[in-house]
Design a protein around this ligand. Sequence first.
Ligand code: ADP
Length: 374
Amino acid sequence: MRLTMGGLRTRLLLSYLAVVGVGLLTLLLATLALGPTLFDRAMGHMMGGMMGGMMGGMVASVQASATQAFQTAMLQALVLSGLAAGVAAVVVSLLVSSRIVTPVQQLAGASERIAAGHYTERVPVSGSDELATLATQFNTMAEELETVERRRVALIGDVAHELRTPLATLEGYTEGLLDGVVQPTATTWAVLHDEVGRLTRLVQDLQDLSRAEAHQLPVSPSPHAPSELANAAVARLMPQFREKGIHLVVQVPPTLPPVLADPDRITQVLINVLGNALRYTPQHGTVTVTAERSDPSVSFHVADTGIGIASENLPHVFERFYRVDKARSRALGGAGIGLTIAKALVEAHGGQIWATSAGLGHGATFSFSLPLAP
Ligand code: ADP
């Protein structure tokens, strides 16, 4: 719907004129009601004093003519001043209304252009009144919309990119099989199976990510011992750690007070973090799981002796599709979604997740907190 600002301008003008009109009418009525009486009284005093000896009738007739003249002069003055006030009201109204109407017009125009997909639109902010506040808030909203739109476009690009790699491998192998260039050996089927597995994992991760970001991953926390949660996840990944020759140490005291956790979800968080530690730590490295009480929560830490993370990359590792080294991470099976899902799950529990690292080559520690059970 298009806003017609002529309407607002006219209404502002009419409201100014109405104020002037009511003021004038009140002034007129009050003057007409009180003026003659007050004037007569003043004249009576004056005439009585000045012409004590004159005939009473003559005094009365002079007083009546003076009253008449006074009334006419007063009416003329009121009509003229009313006209002047009207003109002044029109001028002031035009000035003031343009100061109100112009920003509103700019806001209306900008919101229309944003609705049409031009997310870079902003309105000028001047002054410090309510209209300036409105313009500032409008610009903040436009910025948010622009960020969301940029992320949406990036997400589609990232998803397409992630799908392209396994699909290209599948396409290459199936074409080779059809042409007889690639032999249908066990190794070929294993590669095809791996790529299909990668696609399946990616789709599952994407589904979890979209649910997590829409806060639709159901979380039903109940009291659980931190050691129970850590041991469950460690048990799941122990075979892979053994296979790669990495030490996995768990030092979570069973005496720690229970935390509020959905065991399935927290196992998923620990598996994502431990899976990364496994992925980014070379053979003979060590991964240590610890936990300690830090009221009003318990903090879990997964520390590894792996490749580490440079300080400029640390703040981004929880962003979706962020990978410090794209080629390396993809080769190791990572899509850059695991930590984003972990963050959403920890936050759904009312906890926080963070990462620290002494730099490249110095290992990394991923930590998260869960609230203590009441
Ligand atoms: P991915 O599936 O690629 O591992 P994540 O969201 O789990 O995606 O992690 C994002 C990025 O953070 C990884 O690509 C990697 O560069 C970095 N990262 C995560 N965990 C570690 C770790 N333990 N050591 C070094 N880098 C890590």
